[in-house]
Design a protein around this ligand. Structure first.
Ligand SMILES: [Zn+2]
Length: 54
């Protein structure tokens, strides 16, 4: 299935067998994030958390 990243609008092909693809099919509202954006968000979140901890 084709999915569009909510952050950068990049269209990607997702393997229909992936659990994520099934989830997106069942819930069209569920948003997809590409690998790049996902990593970026993760790094930002982790950075914030470590700053708060200090
Ligand atoms: Zn993206």
């Amino acid at each position: 299935m084709r999915v569009k990243c909510v952050l950068c609008d990049k269209i990607e092909q997702l393997d229909d067998q992936l659990p994520l693809a099934k989830k997106l099919r069942n819930r069209p509202i569920h948003t997809y994030m590409c690998e790049t954006c996902h990593e970026r968000i993760k790094v930002q979140t982790e950075g914030r958390q470590s700053q708060t901890a200090e």
